[in-house]
Design a binder for this molecule. Structure first.
Ligand SMILES: [Zn+2]
Ligand SMILES: [Zn+2]
Length: 345
C-alpha cells in the first residue's frame, strides 16, 4: 500500500501496461488521439542491439545521452561490457542522423535496425543505463555458442512445408505469448527471461529435435540459443531479427495475434487483416488484449480488460478490488477528487 505512487509504474515492464491503459481512457481522449494520429507526421521507432566488447561505459553513457538530448530524440539504451541494446524514436530526419552517428563508432558500424512507425513517442525521456547484461538471463553464457540464424523467409517456408519434427519455441514471457505468437509454438510459461534456463527442464525431451526460437527483435534468442546449446540442446536455430521483422515481411501468415513491446505502446500490430484479440476481457469476456495491473496494489494482478470495463472498475480487476482501491485513495487524502476516472496516476 505504501508504494502507491507514479514511480511504481516504472519499476517493472509489466506495469507499462497500466501506464498505457490509463492514458488512453476515457474514450474521448482515445478518439482524440486517433484523430491526432492522422494529422501529425508519423514518428519512427528503431530497435537495435549488438553483442560487442565495450569499455569505459560511463563515458560512453554520457556521450550517448548528450547526443540523444541534443538531437531531440527519445529512447532507452542499455550498455554493458557485452554490448548495446536500444530503442529510439524520432522523426525521419532525426532517426537518420542518429543511425549515421551510431555507425560512426566502428564497433557499431554494421549495426542493423528494426524500424516501425508510431503515433507518439513511446518513451517519456532519454535514459542510458549501464548494466552487467544488456539482456538479463542471469547466467554466464558463451555467445560463441549461439544458434544459427533462420530468416523470416526460411521460417515461412518451414511452416508451408509443415513443421513435422521442427519445434518452434517462444523465448519470451508468458504474458507476451498470450496476446500473440507463432502458430503451434511452445510457451515455456515464464514471467521473466531470467527464468528461461530453469524452464528448459520442461522440454528436456526435445533435446535432439530441431528447435527454432523466436523473440521480439532477436536479442533474447541470441542468449537463449547459446545457453541451450551449452546445455545439451543440439540443434538450435534462432529467428533472425525477430517477430517484428517477420511481421513486416509476411503479415497474415503464421503469426497469430499482436506483438507485445516494452515501451509505452505495449502492443504493436503485425497483421493487416486478422486483428482480433486472442485473449478475452477477464471481467466481461469480450475479446480484448489490453493488459493492465490491478490498481489495488494488494492484488496487483496482471490481467486483460476491455476499455469499458476499465472505466467501470476504474482500472481494478473486480468490484472488491475497486472498493479497496477507493478506501486506499481516501486514506491517502485523495477523497476530494470527485471524478476518479480523470485521475492521473
Ligand atoms: Zn470487459
Ligand atoms: Zn484486483
Amino acid at each position: 500500500m505504501e508504494n502507491f505512487d507514479s514511480t511504481h509504474l516504472e519499476i517493472r515492464a509489466k506495469d507499462l501496461y497500466s501506464y498505457a491503459t490509463i492514458t488512453i481512457t476515457p474514450f474521448k481522449k482515445f478518439y482524440k488521439s486517433l484523430f491526432y494520429m492522422k494529422a501529425k507526421e508519423k514518428l519512427r521507432v528503431i530497435l537495435f542491439y549488438k553483442f560487442v566488447e565495450l569499455e569505459e561505459l560511463e563515458t560512453l553513457k554520457n556521450k550517448h545521452l548528450n547526443f540523444m538530448n541534443d538531437l531531440g530524440v527519445r529512447g532507452r539504451i542499455l550498455l554493458g561490457k557485452e554490448g548495446i541494446n536500444g530503442s529510439i524514436s524520432g522523426n525521419k530526419k532525426q532517426i537518420q542522423k542518429y543511425k549515421t552517428w551510431l555507425k560512426c563508432d566502428k564497433k557499431f558500424s554494421n549495426m542493423s535496425f528494426k524500424e516501425e512507425t508510431c503515433i507518439e513517442h513511446p518513451f517519456r525521456k532519454n535514459t542510458v543505463t549501464v548494466r552487467d547484461e544488456i539482456v538479463t538471463i542471469g547466467k554466464k553464457v558463451d555467445m560463441n555458442n549461439k544458434g544459427k540464424y533462420i530468416t523470416a523467409k526460411e521460417l515461412k517456408k518451414i511452416y508451408e512445408n509443415g513443421l513435422k519434427d521442427t519445434v518452434i519455441l517462444d523465448a519470451r514471457n508468458n504474458y507476451e505469448h498470450k496476446i500473440g505468437h507463432f502458430k503451434d509454438s511452445i510457451d515455456l510459461d515464464i514471467e521473466n527471461f531470467r527464468d528461461f534456463p530453469k524452464a528448459l527442464e520442461k522440454i528436456e525431451n526435445l533435446k535432439d529435435k530441431k528447435i527454432i526460437t523466436f523473440c521480439t527483435g532477436g536479442i533474447r534468442c541470441e542468449k537463449a540459443t547459446a545457453y541451450m546449446q551449452e546445455n545439451g540442446f543440439n540443434n538450435v536455430y534462432q529467428l533472425k531479427d525477430g517477430i517484428l521483422n517477420y511481421g513486416k515481411k509476411f503479415p497474415d501468415t503464421y503469426w497469430k495475434g499482436k506483438c507485445f513491446v516494452f515501451d509505452k505502446r505495449l502492443i504493436t500490430e503485425l497483421n493487416k487483416k486478422e486483428k482480433k484479440a486472442l485473449t478475452k476481457c477477464e471481467t466481461c469476456e469480450e475479446h480484448s488484449d489490453l493488459y493492465r495491473n490491478c490498481r489495488n496494489l494488494q492484488c496487483d494482478k496482471l490481467y486483460t480488460q476491455c476499455v469499458p470495463c476499465q472505466d467501470t472498475f476504474n482500472g481494478c480487476c473486480s468490484s472488491e478490488c475497486f472498493e479497496k482501491f477507493r478506501e486506499h485513495c481516501m486514506v491517502r487524502g485523495l477523497k476530494n477528487r470527485q471524478n476518479m476516472n480523470s485521475q492521473k496516476v
